[in-house]
Design a protein around this ligand. Structure first.
Ligand code: NAD
Ligand code: ZN
Length: 378
């Protein structure tokens, strides 16, 4: 089959690879109808990680089940399904507690598993014609048959639940004000989720004009951080107090106005932009320290966090991979009921063959390249 294969920094190619097969009785094989490109893929694409050439990318996958292992009881051949980006067992301590982003079974020694991702286990990605899904009864969310809501449902693999998770980490409650740093797909989904949870006012910080425009379209107040300190701008619009809650959907790759990188800037600005005793939800990626390894750099997670200010303000913070499974069924049902339409972020539908160009343009955050959906079955 054809798949998007990592070749080295800034290079992916569509190559012929082995078809996946049922390896355990609990596996299914899915023919991929949609697999999205994610900001998280860009960390590997830009050569910032230990990803070895040969990895098949793609952790945001949906499609039709074509083959079912003998131990699968619920999912059936022909079912239309979407998979959380997390690969999880469903029976370890963390999975039982709903913390499927931190499954203790699938990827020994690391925190959780994922498809097509460096250090997240041996699972191949779904930017390909077919995907093997382990522990399929647990990991497949069954969708209504047909083609309706394909784009909305595809976003259930990651960014919609991840945005929602950010609001859960920050405990966003009705009537509260929320600032979201980053208007990438994840930040936009966090802002949208804050609205769904009844926030009274949502600020979205970025500098890419069309992303800020999308934030305005859903009723958020755009804040351009190139026009002055974002925390000061937000405080000026909240009687000097700052927001009740704050979300980091940028991570270690924050840039300053000039475009150069300045680690930890977002987190420290967030502490300033949120009122004393407010809560912070951090879903933007911070990578662990890796002395001597490929991640060794000022961006490796050893950042200068303003702990003194955080303490002084009595704030709390939640971090980590989203436990997609904790929310995807509920969010699916909101889509079906017409109460949520996350696909407003989708900008392109492209055949697999166009993946190399799509990676290049999405990586440059080009105008109009917000969320790319690859269509291997097209
Ligand atoms: P993205 O790179 O498209 O979006 C990041 C946005 O942040 C960009 O629009 C950029 O212009 C903006 N930005 C850069 N510097 C900024 C600053 N100083 N202030 C405000 N905005 C700034 O990526 P994405 O797909 O939206 O993902 C965002 C982050 O979330 C990435 O780090 C990704 O790896 C992570 N992520 C985490 C999870 C999880 O489960 N925790 C899941 C998916 C993605
Ligand atoms: Zn993703």
């Amino acid at each position: 089959m054809k798949a998007v294969v990592y070749q080295g920094a800034y290079q992916v190619a569509v190559e012929e690879v082995d078809d996946p097969r049922v390896e355990a009785p609990t596996d299914v094989i899915v023919k991929i109808t949609t697999s999205c490109i994610c900001g998280s893929d860009l960390h590997m694409y830009e050569g910032r990680t230990g990803a070895e050439p040969g990895i098949v990318f793609g952790h945001e996958n949906m499609g039709i089940v074509t083959e079912v292992g003998s131990g699968v009881v619920r999912v059936k051949k022909g079912d239309r399904v979407v998979m959380p980006f997390n690969v999880a067992c469903g029976f370890c301590k963390n999975c039982l507690a709903g913390r499927t982003g931190f499954c203790l079974t699938v990827n020994e020694g690391f925190a959780g598993g994922a498809y097509g991702y460096v250090s997240m286990g041996p699972y191949k990605g779904g930017q390909a014609e077919y995907l093997r899904v382990p522990f399929a009864d647990f990991n497949c969310l069954v969708l209504p048959p047909g083609e309706e809501h394909e784009d909305d449902f595809a976003l259930l693999a990651d960014i919609f639940p991840t945005g929602y998770h950010a609001t859960e980490l920050a405990d966003v409650s009705p009537g509260e004000s929320v600032c979201v740093f980053g208007a990438g797909p994840v930040g936009l989904m966090a802002a949208y989720s804050a609205m769904l949870r009844g926030a009274s006012r949502v600020f979205v910080v970025d500098r890419v004009p069309d992303r800020l425009r999308l934030a305005s379209q859903i009723g958020a107040t755009p804040v351009d951080y190139t026009q002055g300190d974002a925390a000061e701008q937000i405080k000026a619009m909240t009687q000097g107090e700052g927001c009740d809650k704050g979300i980091d959907a940028v991570g270690y790759q924050a840039t300053v106005a000039a475009g150069e990188e300045q680690p930890a800037m977002v987190l420290n600005t967030l502490v300033e932009a949120v009122r004393p005793t407010g809560m912070l939800g951090v879903v933007g990626l911070y990578v662990p320290a890796d002395p001597g390894g490929p991640n060794e750099s000022a961006r490796n997670g050893q950042l200068t966090f303003a702990m003194g200010r955080f303490f002084e303000k009595g704030q709390r913070m939640g971090t980590g991979q989203a436990n997609v499974k904790a929310y995807n069924r509920q969010l699916r049902d909101m889509i079906i009921a017409g109460r949520a339409k996350p696909s407003f972020v989708v900008s392109q539908h492209l055949p697999l063959a166009d993946a190399p160009e799509a990676y290049e343009r999405f990586d440059r955050r080009e105008e109009g390249w917000t969320k790319v959906l690859l269509k291997p079955a097209a």
